[in-house]
Design a protein. Structure first.
Length: 329
């Protein structure tokens, strides 16, 4: 019996890739960089499954190129803004993601960015390596206190709650903004207050972004909202780059409208080496590594493989973002 054909847009960790190879006839793009649009459209022809990374846009054109045999799309990420979900749903194709498993890892990294920005850790390292450290000084590289400060969390899902949990250890006051702001038992337990976005931005010493990218959140942080923040405030973004207007952020940092930014995601991504943001001292930029621990990326690989294989078998995906496809069964 022949194995189902699938295209994997880039290699994932062996924990999941071995599962895919065992069950499927897998065409795996070998490059460190994602396949070009032309290559992607060619390689998906006739496949029954696609295992994608967030660096590949899987839209209606790609699905059409795959053809009527396409049974499943499995995304190696919790976010799925790279996939046209309505198009997949119209075609009856379930789409899988990898939620939950990266919550703690991402929250850990977001809080690490908060601390590094507050205490200017990266600047201090660069200062030392440049041979500038001559003596102890009372005003050298002064930063912001974390203990007792106010943390504003935009998006109070799994990762946002994880950020709040870590903030408790520093006796931080926690505000959060959510589009529905329904009563939340965990928020009540830790004393977190749901407020509107304006109040959150005006009162927070640190603002951490944890929303998905969609039409409502695109450029949610922009010139206007940045001007609502304190001049000493620190912005942390581990969500998606386009949630923040990059040009507006650059101007706000340059003109000291806000104090600091710490980013794991950018727009564009990757950010170009000559981008103006990289010329500023008051910004930290990491290359989208918030979930990059051995354990988490391995679990993500296993979950992505499980979603792919379930779809190829005609079974419900363990983690499906468009369960409407099953309603007509």
């Amino acid at each position: 019996m022949s194995k189902p054909k699938v295209f994997v847009t880039r290699p994932i960790l062996a924990a999941g890739l071995d599962m895919v190879r065992d069950f499927c006839e897998a065409d795996i793009w070998p490059g460190e960089l994602p396949p070009s649009r032309e290559v992607l459209l060619e390689r998906v022809k006739g496949v029954e499954g696609i295992l994608s990374l967030l660096t590949s846009k899987i839209d209606n054109e790609v699905m059409a190129a795959a053809g009527t045999n396409l049974k499943v799309i499995s995304n190696y990420a919790v976010g799925y803004d790279n996939i046209d979900i309505p198009a997949a749903t119209r075609r009856g194709v379930p789409v899988g993601n990898t939620p939950g498993v990266l919550t703690d890892t991402t929250a850990d990294f977001a809080f690490a960015l908060l601390m590094a920005a507050a205490r200017r850790v990266v600047e201090a390292d660069i200062y030392t390596r440049a041979g500038k450290w001559q003596t102890w000084g009372p005003s050298l590289l002064l930063g912001q206190d974390i203990t007792g400060a106010t943390l504003g969390i935009i998006g109070f899902g799994r990762i946002g709650k994880g950020m709040a949990k870590r903030a408790q250890g520093f006796d931080m006051q926690i505000l959060y903004y959510s589009c529905d702001c329904k009563p939340d038992p965990y928020a009540a337990e830790i004393g977190a207050r749901c407020v509107d976005l304006t109040m959150l931005l005006e009162r927070s010493d640190f603002v951490s972004v944890h929303v998905p990218l969609n039409d409502q959140t695109h450029h949610l942080i922009n010139k206007e909202t940045l001007r609502m923040m304190k001049p000493t405030a620190v912005l942390i973004n581990t969500a998606r780059g386009p949630v923040v207007d990059t040009e507006a952020l650059y101007e706000a940092l340059r003109d000291q409208v806000i104090g600091y930014a710490a980013l794991d995601v950018t727009d564009p991504e990757p950010i170009l080496a000559d981008h103006p943001l990289l010329k500023l001292d008051n910004v930290i930029i990491a290359p989208h590594i918030a979930s990059a621990s051995y354990a988490t990326r391995g679990k993500m690989a296993t979950m992505a493989a499980e979603n792919l294989i379930a779809g190829l078998k005609g079974e419900h995906l363990p983690n499906c973002v468009n369960p409407q496809v099953y309603e007509t069964e």
